[in-house]
Design a protein. Structure first.
Lengths: 146, 79
């Protein structure tokens, strides 16, 4: 009986997004999509560079990629444009439309950078402290730090 | 194969993983129970991902057809 109850509850994936480069933001959108497709709830905590990438003025125009692969940035962007790959942000928005994806902004980073929720893109659900996020994430089946 | 009436075709060819799966999920969400949706995909991951999702979500995969270069999946919304 207990087992049945557990099975009825949605499983959860939690992602902490620390990075703000496009090559690391893509997996956030794609993995969140895979999780909602498989019926999981997703909680995403955006902090530091990850939070910066969710600024209204950043979501569409950020073209930075990791230092390790910097020289490939132009070629990668061109290839993705040629193949009509949607932006990481559009992929994440679509995942939100399909399933239960909640995006939580780190209050500490917000204070540090002098930001309010108005500075952030609409997909961001709320501003929380790290404690609340850990409380949300503690029962996750999958936890990722990107 | 018995002919089925397809209510809606989603052409997701050219869209990369997980695009075709996500478009199928949206189409199934919008459909009525019993309706049949066809999705066309050129993404290799779809061949495993779409049948897996259909069975997990409790719908019925009526047909999978490899057309060379793309695959068509026919799904009936069961609930």
């Amino acid at each position: 009986m207990n087992n049945l109850i557990t099975k009825d509850m949605s499983e959860k994936m939690s992602i902490i997004v620390f990075s703000g480069t496009v090559d690391k933001l893509y997996p956030v959108g794609i993995l969140a999509s895979g999780a909602v497709a498989m019926g999981m709830d997703v909680d995403i905590f955006i902090t530091f560079w990850g939070l910066n990438a969710f600024r209204k003025d950043q979501v569409t125009k950020n073209t930075k990629i990791s230092k390790d692969f910097e020289e490939m940035s132009g070629a990668m962007m061109q290839m993705m444009q040629a193949k009509n790959v949607p932006s990481w942000y559009d992929i994440l928005k679509r995942a939100k439309e399909v399933g239960n994806v909640k995006i939580h902004a780190c209050s500490m980073t917000m204070d540090l950078m002098g930001m309010t929720k108005e500075h952030l893109a609409d997909v961001v659900d709320d501003v929380v402290g790290v404690g609340s996020f850990i409380d949300l994430a503690k029962d996750s089946k999958i936890t990722l730090f990107i | 194969m018995v002919e089925v009436k397809i209510n809606r075709t989603v052409d997701a060819r050219g869209s990369f993983c997980p695009g075709p799966l996500m478009e199928l999920i949206r189409a199934v969400k919008e459909a009525q129970v019993g309706e049949v949706i066809e999705v066309l995909s050129s993404d290799q991951g779809s061949k495993r991902d779409i049948p897996l999702w259909v069975s997990k979500a409790g719908h019925i995969l009526l047909n999978v057809n490899d057309n060379g270069g793309y695959t068509s999946f026919i799904v009936r919304k069961a609930k």
